[in-house]
Design a protein around this ligand. Structure first.
Ligand code: UDP
Ligand code: MG
Length: 318
């Protein structure tokens, strides 16, 4: 593989943004100040507008016209944060790439720390959430259950991890060229890679701009993607369900036989209803689980691109 490693800019910052018009200018300015203080000129910021319906992209264009190191990519529609991140990785030219949210919930003040850890030899620097005070109770609960489930079943450690990361160019090249999967869970993939990792710990700040851009369904979708792309364990649950019904079946069958042999009327109706309902629900659940995996296979097989770009500003064609 012939990968050209460009030396300038040194740091690329990727910001996925979906309807972030309210806060994007402020976020970018804050990041610019921190980067400039830390590494002078050798940086670029790429805002990936993930199909916003507000004027996020227009604002990015305006920023780019004032400062060519600020760049923008507009996706043709909302492809989701995972794909927006990937678009950013595809176009970033830095020797290290930092991904962070547009709402300043990933405090840019940690960027110098991350760069220091990178200089010290880490290929991946994960920013780990120390607290989730800003999240609602249900979101905390959902996030922690999903993270524990994936960490436990998928054998990768993503507890409290976030999409706020620094990746060395080597890692980015692997993600771009060697991990062609369509269904992505960025947080999990970066842990799965291995390599020298380091961590910084941050408190999730209050969201700038308006409310969270994730709907319940988008989060559920992400959770299912996360689970199905790292473990086939749910498929094994079906086998367990099968064994459970087998044991249940033995119990019910011996009761029926015993009654028959002793010339008693089989005590049937309730038993039949219960068996039917249990079997029915187990079958449905199993089909659902298999269906999820088939849906993922279907998406992979179609081989559609991760995202389509409808416009860009400041990005070099080559
Ligand atoms: N985002 C995106 N596409 C989406 C949803 C969100 O690019 O479909 C971006 C959003 O603009 C923000 C980041 O992903 O920069 C995190 O989103 P948000 O702050 O809404 O999520 P939360 O902080 O609640 O996890
Ligand atoms: Mg946020």
């Amino acid at each position: 593989m012939n990968v050209v490693i460009k030396t300038s800019p040194v740091i690329s910052v990727i910001i996925p943004a979906h309807n972030e018009s309210q806060g994007i200018e402020r976020s970018v300015k804050q990041i610019v100040d921190i980067l400039t203080a830390c590494i002078n000129n050798a940086w670029e910021i790429i805002v990936v507008d993930d199909g916003s319906s507000d004027d996020t992209y227009q604002k990015v264009r305006a920023l780019s016209q004032l400062d060519a190191r600020i760049k923008g990519i507009a996706l043709s529609r909302n492809f989701g944060k995972e794909n927006a991140l990937l678009a950013g990785l595809d176009y970033a030219m830095g020797s290290a790439i930092i991904t962070l949210d547009a709402d300043l919930q990933h405090p840019p003040s940690f960027i110098p720390d991350m760069i220091a850890k990178w200089h010290a030899g880490a290929k991946i620097v994960h920013a780990v959430k120390r607290s989730r005070e800003q999240d609602s109770a249900w979101k905390k609960f959902a996030a922690s259950s999903i993270n524990h489930l994936i960490s436990g079943l998928g054998g990768i450690n993503i507890k409290n991890s976030s999409d706020f990361k620094l990746l060395d160019r080597e890692i980015v090249n692997i993600i771009i060229h060697q991990l062609p999967e369509k269904q992505r869970f960025f947080r999990g993939l970066t842990s799965w890679l291995g390599f020298t990792e380091d961590y910084i710990y941050f408190d999730v700040a209050e969201r700038e701009g308006d409310k969270s851009k994730w709907s319940f369904w988008a989060l559920l979708e992400l959770a299912i993607t996360a689970l199905t792309s790292f473990t086939g364990f749910p498929l094994r649950i079906i086998t367990f369900l099968g064994m459970l019904t087998l044991i249940l079946g033995f119990g019910v069958a011996s009761d029926a036989l015993w009654s028959l042999l002793h010339h008693q009327a089989v005590s049937g109706y309730t038993t039949i209803i219960i068996c039917l309902l249990i079997l029915g629900s187990f079958t449905m659940i199993s089909l659902g689980i298999i269906g999820e995996y088939i849906a993922k296979i279907y998406d992979e097989v179609k081989g559609r691109p991760h995202y389509l770009i409808s416009g860009s500003v400041g990005i070099d064609d080559d």
